[in-house]
Design a protein around this ligand. Structure first.
Ligand SMILES: NC(=O)c1ccc[n+]([C@@H]2O[C@H](COP(=O)([O-])OP(=O)(O)OC[C@H]3O[C@@H](n4cnc5c(N)ncnc54)[C@H](OP(=O)(O)O)[C@@H]3O)[C@@H](O)[C@H]2O)c1
Length: 261
């Protein structure tokens, strides 16, 4: 890198963030943009016309055809990417016991959490390898190591994603491409808030009481959930040259809630 360039300056870098319209993904888009990157982002729902740009790609990551369309769009619009953040996740939406989770739920969580990142990486990482530089981040979840009641398919899919991320890191690091994963704990994104709201509804209590109970159940030494900006800060560090030797690591950001070493 040229002398005098700040190591966290992403000017000239091209990025793709999946699920960039809300929550953690939206914060990542903001942080990367502020660091100087040109950031394409995707979601199923188009943003309001006043904030939409031609860098937005409407796509459902459960659909292999849509995932392919994302990579075509990125190739056409940007000529490839230097930074790839796999942020979209799916928990299947149904909080039912494991023996009642049907094939559709398993298929959805595997498609969105594992196969979509693998498909996008296959389309976009070879360009990084060719150029000898690039950074990829997979957003996993603390659920990957904690089988939460009623959410095992989600945790199992995130465990697969973490495993995959490490394997890819080993494979492409010799070509100058760094792959890492970020593992948030309870984060008060739109999804996090919806989770609290559904708990409040199930238990017939208010939002604040449901939030308090959830935090007590999880056990967060920090005393509050993570906020999306904090996850975005970590991701921005990882894709910058400041993290030039950080490869194949899982970075937990959970206010201390992971109960094991
Ligand atoms: N929040 C937490 O407590 C927490 C904890 C651990 C890990 N995580 C992980 O963090 C990541 C982001 O979660 P979040 O809490 O920020 O979620 P969020 O607030 O619900 O935002 C999700 C984003 O992804 C898009 N999206 C969702 N499903 C999609 C699909 N099938 N195809 C394409 N885009 C899709 C959404 O837009 P559309 O709905 O319009 O598509 C939105 O832009 C996920 O991988 C999640 O597993 C979150």
């Amino acid at each position: 890198m040229p002398r005098g360039t700040a190591l966290d300056d992403l000017t000239g870098r091209r990025a793709l963030v999946t699920g960039g319209t809300r929550g953690i993904g939206s914060a990542i888009v903001d942080h990367l943009t502020r660091a100087g990157a040109t950031v394409a982002y995707s979601a199923r729902t188009a943003p309001p016309p006043e904030s939409a740009t031609d860098l937005f790609i409407q796509a459902d990551l459960a659909s292999p055809a849509d995932v392919e369309a994302i990579s075509h769009h990125v190739h056409d619009r940007l000529g490839g990417v230097d930074i790839l953040v796999h942020n979209v996740g799916a928990d299947g939406g149904q909080h039912v016991p494991l023996l009642k989770q049907d094939n559709d739920i398993w298929q959805l969580v595997m498609d969105v959490n594992v196969l979509a990142p693998a498909r996008l990486d296959r389309a976009l990482v070879p360009g990084m390898v060719e150029r000898g530089t690039g950074a990829v981040v997979h957003i996993s979840s603390l659920s990957r190591s904690i089988p939460n009641p009623n959410r095992v398919p989600y945790g199992a899919a995130k465990a697969a994603l973490s495993h995959y991320s490490k394997g890819l890191a080993n494979e492409v690091a010799p070509s100058g491409v760094r792959v890492n994963s970020v593992t948030p704990g309870f984060t008060e994104s739109s999804w996090g808030r919806a989770f609290v709201e559904s708990l409040a509804e199930r238990e017939g209590i208010g939002y604040n009481e449901a939030r308090r109970r959830l935090m007590a159940e999880i056990g967060i030494p920090l005393g509050r959930p993570v906020v999306p900006d904090e996850v975005a800060e970590l991701v921005t560090f990882l894709v910058s040259d400041r993290a030039s030797a950080v490869v194949g690591s899982e970075h937990v950001i959970d206010g201390g809630s992971k109960p094991t070493v």
